[in-house]
Design a protein around this ligand. Structure first.
Ligand SMILES: [Zn+2]
Length: 277
């Protein structure tokens, strides 16, 4: 990018006088009409002359304070259209992700309920007399097992898994959807478990109604574990995320996540010593 090259050579200092003469020789086409700040020293470039670089045709302004060069227009570089396309693509991928995660979490919760139904039932062969006295009809039915080992530990493990899924979902919501009001996070924390439990129980009531009564107790237990575990994250989720950012990311990478502070009206942590020097 020509701006970078010019900036670098300006910082080198020795060649800067020649560059300045070059800049003054380029044809003036306009002046900077908006507040734009020198990326090098912060000087406001408004009213500075905009000139056309003769080789690249890029419109440039020069900081009178530190002589750093700037492209006068944000769209002046060839990479810009591709950057725009990548931005659109990234936004679409992001939206698919945001829709896909709650669907996956609901599906996994339904699967955990299915694990209980599978684990606590077994197939039994039942032979009954057919319509004709000489025939026998054999079929398989699912019956409740009476020999389940470690019942309580098994249920506790599944409830913990279900709760962890719900906590993850709420954490993702408070971090990735900062524009939501808090009531929306609570609705999600309560709504997803209810949706998953309802979907599972509707399936059971149609396909295995003989097990509905006992299996629904476990389904409600998992849903309650999810709601009780995940709802507090609507309050502590973002402070927790900020703590993780501070622990896991070096200061120069925190800038892109500063919104985690700003959205709650807080001041993001200082970006290291460089700004204060
Ligand atoms: Zn400057």
């Amino acid at each position: 990018m020509p701006t970078e090259i010019h900036q670098e050579s300006d910082r080198a200092g020795a060649a800067s006088d020649a560059r300045r003469d070059d800049f003054d020789a380029w044809s003036a086409v306009a002046t900077v009409e908006l507040d734009r700040f020198c990326k090098h020293c912060g000087y406001n470039l408004r009213t500075q002359v905009v000139r056309r670089q003769p080789v690249t045709d890029i419109l440039m302004a020069r900081c009178p304070e530190c002589a750093a060069f700037h492209a006068a227009s944000e769209s002046a570089t060839a990479s810009r259209p591709w950057l725009h396309r990548l931005t659109v693509l990234a936004a679409i991928v992001w939206m698919v992700f945001l829709v896909g995660v709650p669907v996956a979490l609901t599906g996994l919760t339904i699967a955990l309920n299915g694990v209980i139904l599978d684990e606590f039932t077994t197939y039994r062969q039942v032979t009954t007399a057919g319509a004709n006295p000489n025939t026998r009809v054999t079929r398989y039915v699912t019956v409740v097992r009476t020999d389940v080992q470690h019942h309580d530990a098994f249920i506790a493990l599944l409830a913990t898994c279900a709760a962890a899924l719900a906590c993850f979902g709420v954490m993702l919501a408070v971090v990735a959807l900062p524009h939501w009001p808090r009531v929306a996070y609570i609705a999600a924390a309560v709504g997803m478990p209810i949706l998953a439990a309802s979907a599972f129980l509707i399936d059971v009531s149609f396909n295995q109604p003989q097990h509905f009564a006992w299996v629904s107790r476990y389904t409600l237990l998992l849903a309650a574990a999810q709601i009780v575990a995940a709802t507090p994250f609507t309050l502590v989720g973002r402070p927790l995320a900020r703590g993780m950012v501070c622990i896991l990311l070096p200061t120069r990478l925190r800038n892109c996540l500063a919104y985690l502070w700003l959205v709650d009206g807080r001041t993001p942590p200082a970006a290291g010593g460089r700004l204060h020097n």
